[in-house]
Design a protein around this ligand. Sequence first.
Ligand code: ZN
Length: 434
Amino acid sequence: MNKSFMPAVKTAEELRELQLEGLKWTVNHAYHGSSFYRNRMDKEGVRPEDIQSLDDMKRLPFTTAQDLRSGYPFPLLAVPSEKVVRIHASSGTTGKRKVLCYTQKDIDDWADMFARCYEMAGLTRKDRVQIAVGYGLWTAGVGFQLGCERLGAMTVPVGPGSRDMHCELMVDLQSTVFCCTASMGLLMAEEIHRRNLRDKIGLRKVIFGAERHSEAMRRKIEEYFGIEESFDIPGLTELYGPGTGLECQKHEGIHYWADYYILEIVDPDTLEPVPPGETGEMVVTTLRKEAAPLIRYRTRDVTHLKPEPCSCGSVLPMHGPLLGRTDDMFIIRGVNIYPGQIDDVLSQESKVGSEYQVVLTRGDGQDHMTIRVERAESVSLSEDELIISRLEDTIRGHLFVRCNVELVDYGGLPRTERKSKRVFDEREVGIGVF
Ligand code: ZN
C-alpha cells in the first residue's frame, strides 16, 4: 500500500483544532522572527497571546503584495538567512519581482502538499508525468516535479519546450499525465488532433495550473487528447507555489489544503468577510510556513467558498474556480466584471470555441464592450446571426450589461503557450492592456 498524503485529521472539529494550533504558532513565529510583522502588529496593538480562537484572527492586520515589494529582496523573512535553502520569485510585470524564501521544511511541506494533489487526482507510482510548465525562478515546474517524486511516479521534466518534443516524448514514453497551463493544454491538444496521434499516446489525465480557463476550453482539451478527465490546480508563489489544492475526482470544486493554510474570502473594498458562498478576494494565512509566513495575505484572486461539503466525503473544504484577480476586474457602465464571468457565459454556448477577447472602447459618450469569440469548428457562417443574438442576450441576462458579439473563424484568435491576454481596454488615450 502506498503512503497517503491526505490529512491526518478526520473531522471538521479536529481540523479547526489543528488550524488554531497552526495559527498560534505562525503568529508567534512571525512576531518574534520578522521585524515587519512585529512592527505591523505592534502598530495595531495586537500581540501573539491575543490569538486564542480562530475568530481572533480578525484582529490581525492584512499583508499585501506591496508589503512584499517594499521588503525586497527578502520580504517577510522570519528565520535567520542561513536556514533558507531556496528562493522562488514571481514574474514582476510592474516593479520588482516578489521573492519568497523557503526553508528545507517549507520545501518538504510543499512536496507533501503537491503529492496530495496527485493522489487526489487518482495517480499512482505507475504514472508517468510529463511536465510542460516553466522551470527556474518560477515555482511551477519544480513544484510539479517535487510532488511527482514525492508520490513516487515518473517525472518527465520537459518544461515549456517545443510542440515537436512534447509530441515525441508523449508517444515514445507513453506519458499518462500532462501538466501545463490551460493555453499550452489547448495548443498541445490541437496538435495531437492535427497530427492524428490520439491512438498513439497513453494520456489519461491533464492537470492545468497557473491560468484561469473556461469549461469550454477544458472540454475541448479533453476531447482532442481523448482523456478521461482534467484537473484545475491553483497556485500562488507567495503560498509555496502550485499544489495547495485540487479538485477531487467528483469535480465539485477545488479542495484546498486547510491543514496548511486558512482561507478567508473578503470584500476587496471593505475587507469584511463576505457571507458564505459569496464572491470576494481570497485571503490566506499559513499554518506551518517558516521562512516567509503569510498572515492574512491578500492574494487578489477572486473566488467563493463552497458552503457544502463534497460528496467524496473529504474533510478538506472547497472553493470555486478562480474568476480572475481583483486587478483583472473591469468596470463597464458601473458594473464590475471579472473575465471569468465571461468564460462562464461563453461556455454555455456550444457553437462557439473557447478563445475570446474583450475589447472596451468609448464612443458617443459611453463605454462599449465587444466580445470577439471564435466560431466552433464546423459551425456554418449562416448561423452567425442566431448565435450572436443568443450570446448577446445571455450576457445581458447574466452580467447586466449590453455588449456586441463578433464571431471570427476557429483558430482566428492568437494562441500562446503562456497566459493569454483577453481584455483590451482602449477607453483611455492609447491602448491599455490588462
Ligand atoms: Zn471531493
